[in-house]
Design a protein around this ligand. Sequence first.
Ligand code: PSU
Ligand code: MN
Length: 303
Amino acid sequence: MNYNEFLDLSPEVKAALAAGKPVVALESTIISHGMPYPQNVETARNVERIIREEGATPATIAILGGRLKAGLTDEELEYLGKAGPKVTKASRRDLPVLVARGMDGATTVTTTMMIAHMAGISVFATGGIGGVHRGAETTMDISADLEELAQTPVMVICAGAKSILDLGLTLEYLETKGVPVLGYGTEELPAFYTRRSGFRVDYRVDTPEDLAAIFRAQRALGIKGGMLVTNPIPEEYSMDYETINRAIDEAVAEANQKGIHGKETTPFLLAKIKDLTGGDSLASNIQLVYNNARLAARTAARI
Ligand code: PSU
Ligand code: MN
């Protein structure tokens, strides 16, 4: 653990870490900016329950009153879910300001990795990550998540990346930065709502034991940075490729036309896709997060 004076572990997380028991980190931007209330709070609670059922301890991460929290109370989860996008979406560059001013922030993949590492947590489950946006060759919109994967030793388990991103460029960037991209039970990069994307991952991995062994080897070799595990959405919840990609194309076109940029882009696209697909994309989104939480708990138990 990388102690600092701003970090608060919940009693449950603290006890689990002290006893060497498995702990799984969870992000809070997915709650505040990624899903509507009340499904966001309900999902966050179910994710925690699934992790407990697998014998691990959930540590949902957020910034509250300037404190870096690993492990939230039920009231804190409810607060973040209700506040939604009114809470600051906190990336790496927001941390010093929020801490100095005693403000609240919902953590992205980037800041969840940072705080998980400070707390001594190695495995983190989420839905999707940020990456290289389509058109990045002119906008330079590349998520800080990719840089964090390059420098912080946390395993991030996701369902791939939405095709709001340029998946090919996202993979190139991760290759340049030396981030292993592993496919759980697949050779193909999953695209969040769909199991297929047409892009290949670096390695296929079929068991939590193998994931844990690869993570331990990265640490033992002294290699900086984390790794990305892409776990395809279960077949029964996956969406029709044409339907979802039509919605994504429409959302991207509207964002461009409205001149949406910076940290607003991803939340704008996520909300637009949800509107365009009705409840379908939200239902899929929720199920893939459960699936990732289960794999994360099983992997954390073996690290
Ligand atoms: N992609 C998703 N769902 C999400 C996010 C990304 O499919 O909820 C959130 C995550 O918190 C991620 C952040 O870390 O958006 C990336 O934002 P940006 O593209 O601004 O870096
Ligand atoms: Mn961005």
